[in-house]
Design a protein around this ligand. Structure first.
Ligand SMILES: *Cc1c(COP(=O)(O)O)cnc(C)c1O
Length: 364
């Protein structure tokens, strides 16, 4: 706290009760991660050695076949798509949009075309692919995915995310099996997930994670996958990867964040429930709403307070009132159209929980 930039830029205090949101800057970094970033930033390294040694470090730490650090999950999607199409061929690494590249389609379930701040179509197209949607908004079968594959297919993408349609979607293991049947690379967008082993163990060629979500690192990302695919991915560093490269300070920060992530014991559901209980009780003293604890809709081990408001409550006014200065409170508003808001307490202190209760009281 020496620079005082927050004051110089006149930025308001934010209470993040929404989760790991990119619009609020992702994660708050722990001291160990900040120290590692300091170490990374304040010296020079042979960058190719740093990248290779990082790969080796993650192989040993996570017991995975190969891993490669990237600047964000979005850049991981773009570079993985380019990798699947050009397979590291230098000529096409230099021109991923070459018109002679006809094997350039990626198949993805329609329910996986998500908007996470940008549409996932954007990084897929940046990688040089044409998108072939399989199935419908409300469902997709493996047979529908299979019928979307043809001789121009370069890869299949599967999105493991709370943003994606959860109902009537094909199982990841079945889509991986489909990709194997056609000898196609299978790329998993697991940006906000915290399980670093299962999907690669299931046979995915590339599993893409954001550094700043579950892993609580700086703006960065990591792709975990097969040795062959990661070697193709690496090749993109001389191509489109250059416009999205990760810096040395973020490499250090992410490696430390992943190290702390795998060594620390996760906050248990019981511990989360113990923090939520008094908060829910305080909310339930208000007449026009009811709070209860719910688990994350995509099945991650996260508990949140779900507050259902009566029809009489103006939800837009509530949401805007909460976000107004001087303390700007961001709640999880995906279901606000159903008069529901959720409170994600992972980055909220006890004092801040009281502020949230008071602000709800003021704005209903
Ligand atoms: C957040 C997110 C991304 C992008 O992650 P960044 O690291 O911010 O680029 C991609 N896909 C999904 C499903 C996400 O939730």
């Amino acid at each position: 706290m020496t620079s005082n930039l927050k004051e110089r830029l006149k930025l308001d205090r934010v209470i993040n009760a929404s989760g790991k949101m990119t619009i609020l800057g992702g994660s708050r970094l722990e001291r160990g991660v900040l120290d590692a970033m300091n170490e990374g930033a304040s010296q020079f390294y042979v960058m190719s050695d740093l990248m290779e040694q990082s790969n080796q470090y993650l192989q040993d730490l996570l017991k995975v076949e190969a891993a490669w650090l990237i600047s964000s999950a979005s850049s991981g999607i773009a570079q993985s798509v380019a990798a699947a199409i050009n397979q590291g061929n230098y000529k096409y690494v230099m021109n991923p949009y070459d018109e002679t590249l006809v094997r350039n389609k990626v198949v993805i379930a329609k329910g996986h075309i998500v908007d996470y701040g940008t549409s996932i179509e954007v990084p897929i197209r940046m990688g040089g692919a044409k998108i072939v949607e399989a199935g419908y908004a409300n469902g997709c079968t493996v047979a529908q995915m299979e019928s979307a594959i043809d001789s121009e297919t370069a890869a299949i993408i599967y999105v493991k995310s709370h943003h994606a349609v959860q109902k009537s979607m094909p199982k990841m293991e079945d889509v991986i099996a489909l990709a194997k049947k056609y000898e196609l690379p299978i790329i998993i967008d697991a940006a906000a997930e915290g399980d670093l082993n299962t999907y690669a163990d299931m046979g995915a060629d590339a599993v893409i994670y954001s550094g700043t979500k579950a892993l609580e690192g700086p703006t960065s990302g990591v792709v975990i996958g097969s040795t062959t695919f990661i070697s193709w991915l690496k090749a993109q560093g001389q191509g489109i990867g250059r416009v999205m490269k990760i810096g040395k300070e973020n490499i250090f920060g992410l490696l430390e964040a992943i190290t702390e992530y795998v060594n620390q014991s996760a906050v248990t559901l019981e511990q989360q429930e113990a923090r939520l209980k008094p908060f829910n009780e305080a909310i339930n003293e208000l007449a026009v709403c009811h709070a209860k604890t719910v688990q994350d809709g995509a099945g991650r081990p996260i508990l949140r307070s779900q507050i259902q408001f009566d029809e009489s409550v103006d939800m837009d006014k509530l949401s805007q009132g909460m976000k107004a200065a001087p303390i700007r409170i961001y709640t999880r508003d995906y279901r606000i159209n159903e008069n529901i808001i959720e409170i994600d307490i992972r980055d909220v202190s006890e004092e801040e929980l009281d502020i949230i209760t008071n602000q709800i009281k003021e704005n209903i």
